[in-house]
Design a protein around this ligand. Structure first.
Ligand code: PEP
Length: 248
């Protein structure tokens, strides 16, 4: 039986005091949560997470990292730096990174491999735009995104990774993929991995992301191939986030 992982992506939100309030409220409600839980914060707050969450049931991570280990990359942050602050996870290939910062499938695959080389668990985001869905090429797009990582790191690497299916049209828009739409793509992803390695496919956590909230979490998480959520907006509201965690 696969575990369920609910991870919050705070995006570029928060402050020391806001984070403190949010974390206190989430920690106070964790007693009846069975899912694995993580929060991914902006870089400057990782030290705060390390202090506040060490020894708790909540793991933490970053939202991006450099594909390079060190060197003349002004403004970048390496995987080993994230390890220094106790990160377990790092999101790679979020659609905002792909769309706004031009991260190609190949760059994302480099980041994925660099994360694993530093013993971080990459949360690999994949997903299609609305135009791609309407053109009927969702599986081709998601398949290419996965292929870049499979070519770079091999199928066995997915035993130490998480995949997040995030249809771009559902992120931050309030439009959620229906449970059937999401399940169909999750099944495609697992099937593609199963064709290469059955054991890795069965163990792979595939999260759904895209306007998941308390009101729709149970139905989404009830689908056979949906093993958790990557949560944006609702991760900033303790009661919403906890309700999603409890649904998992
Ligand atoms: C995300 O940021 O990955 C995300 C899914 O955002 P939201 O839940 O706000 O759609």
């Amino acid at each position: 039986m696969r575990r369920t992982l609910v991870a919050g992506n705070w995006k570029m939100h928060g402050s020391l005091s806001e984070n403190e309030s949010l974390l206190s409220a989430i920690l106070a409600g964790m007693a009846d949560v069975k899912a694995d839980v993580a929060v991914c914060a902006p870089f400057p707050y990782l030290a705060q997470l390390q202090v506040r969450l060490a020894g708790s049931a909540i793991a933490w991570g970053a939202q991006n990292m450099s594909q390079h280990a060190k060197g003349a990359y002004t403004g970048e942050v390496s995987a080993s730096m994230l390890k220094d602050f106790g990160c377990k996870y790092v999101i790679v290939g979020h659609s905002e990174r792909r769309a706004i910062y031009g991260e190609s499938n190949e760059i994302v695959a480099e980041k994925y491999a660099a994360a694993q080389a530093a013993d971080l668990v990459p949360i690999l985001c994949v997903g299609e735009t609305l135009a791609e869905r309407e053109a009927g090429i969702t599986e081709a797009v998601v398949g290419h995104q996965l292929d870049a990582v499979l070519n770079r790191a091999g199928v066995a690497s997915l035993a130490k990774a998480v995949v997040a299916y995030e249809p771009v049209w559902a992120i931050g828009t309030g439009k959620t993929a229906s449970p059937e739409q999401a399940q169909a793509v999750h099944a495609f992803i697992r099937g593609k991995i199963r064709a290469l390695n059955g054991a890795v496919a069965e163990g792979l956590i595939i999260q759904y992301g895209g306007s998941m909230k308390a009101a729709n979490a149970r139905e989404l998480l009830g689908q056979p191939d949906i093993d958790g959520g990557l949560i944006g907006g609702a991760a900033l509201v303790a009661d919403e986030f906890l309700a999603i965690c409890r649904a998992g």
